[in-house]
Design a protein around this ligand. Structure first.
Ligand code: CTP
Length: 422
């Protein structure tokens, strides 16, 4: 069932380590190659030899113990993974991943991993409920890390409550179901976005006035997240969500990059643009920022305060006027005359499509779960969508883009084949 899949199993120090032996065994029996990495704490509970015997693979316990000189161990582990599973995950490893620390083999490999990461926490009930642990888990969840919730019951420490690692059979079933879905999706290679890499921006950028104040906007990030989720459902090979100041959950399998300002968003977008086939700029980007940013909190004075603003870079305009030859979709949030403003933005910013919405309409705009989109292309109105969920609107928009991108490619291919031989 899991033939050809490599699962990197990270084991960290807790009594639930013994359950990981069962998990490693079930995965190995199902045909997966299971590569185990353990912290020192984990090795206090269960020996590396136990995992090695069960998986018939070497077990990584030390970043600097390079067993195979032809590769760098933690990079090789990370690159080989179709899925990384941390079970059991201590509060410590969760905190380290949330904060980007890498001081032993498991945390170091996690930072290098580009595959999906699943975490099965196991700890004392009070530790699990601690705000720091909860906040770290929220941070990771927003970055796309998937959690397998612990069960409630009697804990090794004597307490009763939530904190027992999920049963290995349950974790195994979830992993098996995940790979079954992945291969089903891979079979559907005629999905509209099959093989395409999508870059989506969402949320609203903030421009700092001083350390405690900023200029911002009401964008919730829901439209950007809906586009990212719809792209995955339409078969995209990779989806990156550049999220500005939003608490919206990261859809499964989406890579999220959090940014605050327009300058940060510009850097994140430009870095990933060359490896994207479609870029969707759903973010509400600040058009102006304070010319001077105070490094200390501004004190009020008797007189009025004037803050001088300067233009921010227009990211969409820069993409449209660059040599990027992917498909570009912009958004236009308007309070009237969407056709006029959308067509103006389309030609000024050189986009392929503009999705316009009247933010004053019921069921549209910032914070709402639905939207009313009008989609414009070079020829004018392409589609006028009724009120529907942001996810449905996102799927319609991406389907239109996929169709038009395919016919553009087909046009280019036929032009190329008509060229005389050199
Ligand atoms: N945009 C951008 N960078 C900016 C401003 C906007 O990339 N600095 C993008 C948005 O993400 C969106 C589109 O441009 O896709 C439309 O944004 P908007 O601010 O409405 O465009 P403007 O041309 O500034 O329109 P207006 O005259 O209404 O301010």
């Amino acid at each position: 069932m899991l033939n050809g899949k490599t699962i990197v199993l990270g084991v960290t120090g807790g009594i639930a380590c013994y359950k990981s032996l069962t998990l490693a065994s079930r995965l190995t029996q199902a045909g997966a190659k299971v590569r185990v990495m353990m912290t020192e704490g984990a090795a206090q509970f269960v020996t590396p030899l136990s995992f090695q015997t069960i998986t018939r693979q070497p077990v990584a316990t030390d970043t600097f113990d390079e067993m195979d000189p032809s590769v760098v161990q933690h990079i090789d582990l990370a690159d080989s993974a179709d899925l990384v599973v941390i079970a059991p995950a201590t509060a410590n490893i969760i905190a380290k991943l949330a904060h980007g620390l890498s001081d032993e083999i498991v945390s170091t490999t996690l930072l290098a991993a580009t595959s999906p990461v699943w975490i099965a926490p196991a700890m004392n009930v009070h530790m699990y409920a601690h705000p720091a642990v909860q906040q770290n888990m929220n941070t990771l969840e927003r970055r796309g890390v998937h959690f397998i919730d612990p069960d409630s019951g009697s804990l090794a420490c004597g307490y009763t409550g939530k904190g027992r690692m999920a049963e290995p059979e349950h974790i195994f079933d979830r992993i098996a179901a995940y790979f079954a879905n992945v291969s089903q999706a891979a079979d559907v290679s005629d999905q509209p976005l099959a093989g395409k890499r999508i870059l989506v921006t969402g949320g609203g950028t903030r421009e700092r006035i001083d350390p405690v104040r900023y200029i911002g906007n009401d964008s919730s990030g829901k439209m950007g997240a809906a586009i990212a989720a719809a792209a995955i459902e339409l078969g995209a090979a990779a989806v990156t969500f550049i999220a500005a100041n939003t608490t919206v959950a990261t859809p499964a399998d989406v890579q999220r990059i959090d940014v605050e300002s327009t300058a940060e968003m510009l850097a994140a977008v430009m870095e990933r643009l060359p490896s994207s086939d479609i870029v969707v700029k759903a973010a509400a980007v600040a058009d102006y920022r304070p010319k001077q940013v105070s490094s200390i909190k501004l004190k009020k004075q008797a007189e009025d305060l004037t803050i001088e603003l300067e233009r921010t870079p227009d990211i969409l305009h820069m993409i449209g006027h660059s040599d990027y030859n992917g498909y570009v979709i912009g958004f236009a949030a308007e309070t009237g005359e969407p056709a006029k403003y959308a067509m103006d933005k389309l030609s000024r910013k050189k986009c392929d499509l503009i999705a316009a919405n009247n933010v004053l309409l019921d069921g549209a705009g910032f914070g709402s779960d639905s939207n009313v989109l009008e989609i414009y292309g070079a020829e004018g109105l392409v589609a006028s969508l009724p009120t529907m969920s942001k996810k449905q609107a996102a799927a319609k928009l991406l389907s239109i883009a996929a169709e038009r991108l395919a016919s553009r490619r087909a046009g280019k291919d036929s032009e190329a084949s008509e060229e005389p031989d050199a």
